[in-house]
Write a protein of this length. Structure first.
Length: 552
């Protein structure tokens, strides 16, 4: 009986292990092995092989493998051909290093597709990993985030499946090992790979390929991330613009700033004008159809990026725009223009000249526009506002590196305001905690009044970091809405066909509270309304002033 049972189990195991595997399963697993060897294998990570060519050579063999056993054998032979690995384990962890491991996961070594022998080989490589200077990535001086070197920047042959997969595998592994916020993605990065592979294989031209890549990139959920293609599109595209900026509120696009007065007047467009459709698509429909194309950390920033996209056209055709006013709907066929950059910049500079860098409001309240004020203006600002009861710092913009002199002014002593996770190139995929950033010194002349910060979805990166810095004053109140949720230095990747980037370091409060995707949380939440915009009111500033007067 025992003999029959053993024979049955052996037969069953052979059936299971010999079962056919899908193309996507094979390619996803190969992507992981290729990327792991790229950064871990001593000979590969040191640059001894042309690793792209190695991938292109191995993929036809992977394609022929029909069973798990055949697939594992291809990978085992590939690893063996790379040369013997010197055993150096255990590799000691430096005493001053504290790891952040929410991103780190090599459990895929035990993939159901892999033989035990293959899994052991991968584990051995991890334990005896490369410890020298990485050939393909480096850490930016002073930043900690990574840059690329010795990486082929050629765009793929769009008619060649393996050529396309090479670029996908390269990008996927960059994110896998060096994006510090991978663990916060809504969709697991493994699943994104599995969904992208069939789309890329199916792509028959560069437009289809880069559309698949754009969808892949959007899944990292990072407001820092953009995706630009440089190759001429197969269909010529002309960039034209609506003559105004807008904000999406309640699934409507509300005009917030006029960019070209004459064009706006010709179509009776004012601040507060409501757009409900573009080319017969409702704003709700446009919101839904762009979910996979725009990368953002949270919903407010997604809508902010989308509003900018909606008001661009890649065609010289007429654009049908439906406007709503007093429950009446009017459709106008508009001509959008490619305003020269010089014209647009002149307009913006002109608008900024009308805004004051800082000023004294009623009831002894100071106001500082952080998007305009420069370091050279800080002494005058401090002198003018040092005796106010409150200073309101408007960070609904991108500041000009003025955090240090203002942060020193706000604090009576040195205080830490942020700590970071940085990629560890000696153990790719792992991050280590840094000592962080501090502001202030022993200062008897520090600001004694209250501090109020105005924030919204345009508060991103340095602006969010500056808000964290100003919070150290101990008497700070934040008024506004959820910020962009993308802080820290960015890692930028330039290729012949495209450019992309992502947040390169993790940014946390000193108590290790997260900021990525969450952003800087307001104490008093207030969002602009359509009615407020139409009435020309700054509802966020108004609420801040109310708080200063009432304490509520």
């Amino acid at each position: 009986m025992k003999k029959i049972t053993l024979l049955f189990l052996l037969f069953l195991s052979q059936i299971i292990f010999g079962a056919k595997i899908t193309e996507t399963e094979k390619l996803a697993a190969t992507c992981k092995v290729w990327g792991f060897l790229k950064y871990y294998h001593p000979q590969v990570a040191s640059g001894a092989f042309n690793w792209d060519n190695q991938l292109l050579d191995i993929l036809p063999k992977i394609d022929k493998a029909q069973t798990k056993e055949e697939f594992s054998l291809v990978l085992e032979n590939w690893i063996d051909a790379l040369g013997q690995i010197k055993e150096i384990a255990p590799i000691a962890t430096p005493k001053d290093v504290e790891y952040f491991d929410k991103n780190f996961d090599l459990s895929w070594f035990n993939n159901k597709l892999f033989s035990k022998k293959l899994s052991k080989k991968l584990k051995f490589i991890e334990e005896n990993r490369f410890q020298g200077e990485q050939f393909y990535v480096y850490s930016l001086v002073g930043g900690g985030n990574v840059g690329l070197k010795n990486e082929s920047n050629k765009h793929p042959d769009f008619t060649n499946k393996n050529s396309k997969l090479r670029l996908v595998f390269m990008y996927w592994n960059l994110v896998e090992y060096f994006f510090p916020d991978k663990y916060l993605m809504d969709q697991k990065w493994d699943i994104t790979l599995e969904k992208t592979i069939p789309l890329v294989i199916k792509a028959e031209n560069q437009d289809d390929f880069y559309l698949a890549m754009r969808k892949m990139v959007s899944r990292i959920d990072d407001s820092h991330t953009e995706f630009f293609t440089f190759l001429p599109p197969t269909v010529p595209k002309i960039k034209n613009f609506f003559p105004a900026h807008g904000k999406i509120i309640d699934e409507k696009l509300v005009i917030t700033e006029i960019l070209a007065d004459s064009l706006a007047q010709a179509y009776d467009i004012k601040v507060g004008t409501i757009i409900t459709k573009i080319n017969d698509k409702t704003i709700r429909e446009i919101i839904a159809e762009n979910r996979d194309l725009i990368c953002a950390s949270n919903e407010p920033k997604y809508l902010d990026k989308l509003a900018e996209k909606i008001l661009r056209s890649y065609s010289d055709d007429l654009v049908k725009v439906e406007f709503s006013k007093n429950d009446l709907y009017v459709t106008k066929t508009m001509i959008w223009y490619d305003y020269h950059d010089s014209h647009r910049n002149e307009f913006k500079k002109g608008a900024r000249k009308k805004k004051e860098k800082f000023k004294l409001l009623e009831n002894n309240i100071g106001y500082v526009n952080m998007g305009i004020i420069e370091r050279k203006n800080i002494p005058d600002m401090i002198e003018a506002l040092k005796n106010t009861r409150t200073i309101i710092f408007d960070l609904r913009n991108y500041p000009k590196g003025t955090f240090e002199p203002i942060g020193n002014f706000l604090n009576s002593q040195e205080k830490k305001f942020a700590i970071y996770t940085l990629p560890d190139l000696t153990y790719p995929g792992r991050c280590k905690w840094s000592s962080g950033s501090s502001i202030g010194f022993d200062n008897k002349d520090y600001y004694k009044g209250k501090v109020v910060l105005l924030l919204d979805e345009k508060t991103q990166s340095q602006a969010e970091w500056t808000a964290m810095c100003f919070q150290t004053s101990g008497n700070t109140t934040i008024v506004g809405s959820q910020t962009s949720g993308a802080d820290g230095n960015i890692s930028i990747f330039d290729f012949e066909g495209f450019n992309t980037q992502f947040s390169g370091i993790g940014v946390f409060y000193p108590d290790k509270r997260e900021t990525q995707r969450i952003g800087i949380v307001p104490d008093i939440e207030v969002k602009p309304t359509i009615k407020g915009i139409q009435e020309g009111r700054d509802e966020v500033l108004d609420r801040a002033l109310l708080f200063v007067e009432t304490g509520k």
